[in-house]
Design a protein around this ligand. Structure first.
Ligand code: 13P
Length: 257
């Protein structure tokens, strides 16, 4: 069954309760675009308030700890996110990998903890500008992803529906530069090949692959109609309902095309 495009807003460290009106507006608009799956990951402090009000969109987190609980000052577990109404978590974002020294191994353990707590996982990967210029982007991204993917019991089929991959080239994040649709198609094709080689034809194709990095209403239609792009992970343009839903609308139209 073809899946609906998945449009996810990563609010990063933006948003106080004043932003709840934007979340409400996103939720209302999402009710008019049921062909698209819309979700937002606000800061932890807004997960529960958004969850309480949202009728259509899912709310999630931008990170979680890899353990269930314990003496980890300042950290939040996957079970706490689920308790607050979170349905998913973004893991391995390049800002976490760079600013908090997160290794592939740590990201993998976080993904395993999140799945155990019943959350869906959006697992991020992406190369720096230096790696791309050195012609090593594919090798790097597939290696990073392979090492970050969660391990799970062989019979656990439900996992594939819970797992999403996001390809976010670091040099395209917040810069206004986007990868060309040729580059996106090539990288998403390589990621798909990896997923199929790991999980088999059927399950490997069930996992959606999102693109992230300066996605805006103006470029969304081209990006979302690129082969193997199952949606978008959106930073800056997800902070207002107008621009975020402009992207969701482009996704809805690409479905109809
Ligand atoms: P921008 O859309 O602001 O480039 O951010 C992308 C991103 O990092 C989403 O996770």
């Amino acid at each position: 069954m073809p899946q609906r495009p998945y449009i996810v807003g990563n609010w990063k460290m933006h948003g106080t309760r004043a932003m709840l009106s934007e979340a409400r507006a996103i939720d209302r608009a999402a009710q008019r675009h049921m062909k698209v799956e819309v979700a937002i990951a606000p800061p932890y402090t807004l997960i529960h308030p958004v969850h309480r009000e949202a009728k259509q969109i899912a709310v999630g987190a931008q990170d979680c700890h890899h353990e269930d609980g314990g003496a980890h000052t300042g950290d939040i577990s996957a079970a706490m996110i689920a308790d607050a109404g979170g349905k998913f978590v973004i893991l391995g974002h390049s800002e976490r990998r760079q600013n908090h020294g997160e290794s592939d191994e740590l990201v993998r353990r976080k993904a395993e903890a999140a799945l155990k707590a019943g959350l869906r996982v959006i697992l991020c990967c992406g190369e720096s500008e230096e790696i791309r210029e050195a012609g090593k982007a594919t090798e790097f991204v597939t290696g990073q992803l392979k090492a970050s993917l969660p391990e799970f019991d062989e019979g656990d089929e439900a996992i594939f529906e819970k797992l999403t991959v996001a390809y976010e080239p670091i040099w395209a994040i917040g810069t206004g530069k986007t990868a060309t649709t040729e580059d996106i198609a090539e990288m998403h094709g390589e990621i798909r090949k990896l997923l199929v080689s790991l999980y088999g034809e059927e399950q490997g194709r069930e996992i959606r692959i999102l693109y992230g990095g300066s996605v805006k209403p103006e470029n969304a239609a081209d990006i979302l109609s690129t082969p193997e792009v199952g949606g978008a992970l959106v930073g800056g343009a997800s902070l207002t309902a107008d621009s975020f839903m402009g992207i969701a609308l482009a996704a809805a139209e690409s479905e109809e095309a």
